[in-house]
Design a binder for this molecule. Sequence first.
Ligand SMILES: Cc1cc2nc3c(=O)[nH]c(=O)nc-3n(C[C@H](O)[C@H](O)[C@H](O)COP(=O)(O)OP(=O)(O)OC[C@H]3O[C@@H](n4cnc5c(N)ncnc54)[C@H](O)[C@@H]3O)c2cc1C
Length: 401
Amino acid sequence: MKNPDILVVGGGASGLIAAITAARRGASVTVLERSKKPLMKLLRTGNGRCNLTNTGSDRFVYHGTDPSFAHAVLKNFSVQETIALFLSLGVYTTNHDGWVYPYSEQAESVAKNILLECSRLHIKIKNNETVTSIVRTAPGFDVSTKTWTYHADKVILATGSSASLSDSEEENGPSLAAELGLPCVNRIPALVPLITESVGKPGWAGVRVSGKVSLYTGDLFISSEEGQLQLTDYGISGIPVFCISGNAAKLMDAGQSCSIKIDFFPDMDTEALRAFLDFRKESLRRNEPDLLLTGLFPEKLIPVLTRKNTLTDTRALTQSIKSFRLKLKGTLGARYAQVLGGGVATDAVNAETCESRQHPGLFLTGELLDIDAACGGWNLQFAWSTGVLAGRAAAKEIDGV
Ligand SMILES: Cc1cc2nc3c(=O)[nH]c(=O)nc-3n(C[C@H](O)[C@H](O)[C@H](O)COP(=O)(O)OP(=O)(O)OC[C@H]3O[C@@H](n4cnc5c(N)ncnc54)[C@H](O)[C@@H]3O)c2cc1C
């Protein structure tokens, strides 16, 4: 068998875009994928709709030891170039307030078109092939799975993370990199539901409500986000919660105690809300606080906010609605996270090419790197940009290109 010019380890978002980019430049590319099919995670993105990028500002959206690495990467392959790349794959996009989706609103069609292009370019995709070791040879690399050792001049390591995978599917990307001597930062869940202290029985599980959630450690405010909150039996979830969860996870991992404050009525300030409740009380001529909140909140949430009808004073009731405090007990963990923070340290990687500084010919992409992002398409954008940069650079010195 002729050795491929480039071996891609991981047939996910960044791996297959790297493969396409390199093959479009004439390289012969083989992809080794651990699952029975490539792009399994992509199918679940954006609730099956695939929020593939974002045209808003990328300021403050990236996290990691050095978020400027992500900004440099996006400068080298931008959001607009990504939208054009997808158009070249036949994926026309639609933009909802900056959040970009395929026009079909189906992740499946994005995956199909990526795979169509792989097939057109004769990229070999070998499924059920878990890479267990990568050894530097001179020249190139030996890449071993349980059944075979492949040799290639260039390797693109695109193994993603174990976010949302079952416990049996532990990731080994960081350990493959660490065995090659690359520094790695501890993995921590980001974009993950939070476990809170109990709100008492019967609880609030199943309620979806608009609100603003703020994260504190002690009395120190860390960050806040507004949007739809999903209240659950273990605590709280939803996009605003995901957005504050990375900071919460890091603080709790460092042994700090954290709490959240929920404002269940951000539409009115405290005084206006209290005046409204006083007016309702006056006009109803009834004292049960539950009645005052009917029409403002879902029925199931009302006894939680009124502490089972015991908060008879409108000042205390307003406080409960505007500043509902709960201690955090942890996160639901990697299995329930959308992304993981940590990974291969970005100072070990060139932001123009995604090439390892230590091992020329080895490239690292996507979520394997110590970068994670807020919701809104930024994680996939980082996967696409790093994939293109790696594919482009890996194909560069190959004969005939
Ligand atoms: C439920 C969910 C929803 C999401 N929604 C969005 C969204 O709408 N927008 C957004 O921007 N981001 C979203 N994300 C995050 C986004 O999917 C990831 O950040 C992105 O897929 C990372 O791309 P990647 O190429 O680094 O990794 P992946 O896409 O995870 O690909 C890695 C691939 O490598 C394979 N692999 C791993 N180890 C090995 C090995 N040893 N040998 C061979 N193969 C291996 C894996 O099986 C996998 O196919 C979501 C994530 C989840 C879980």
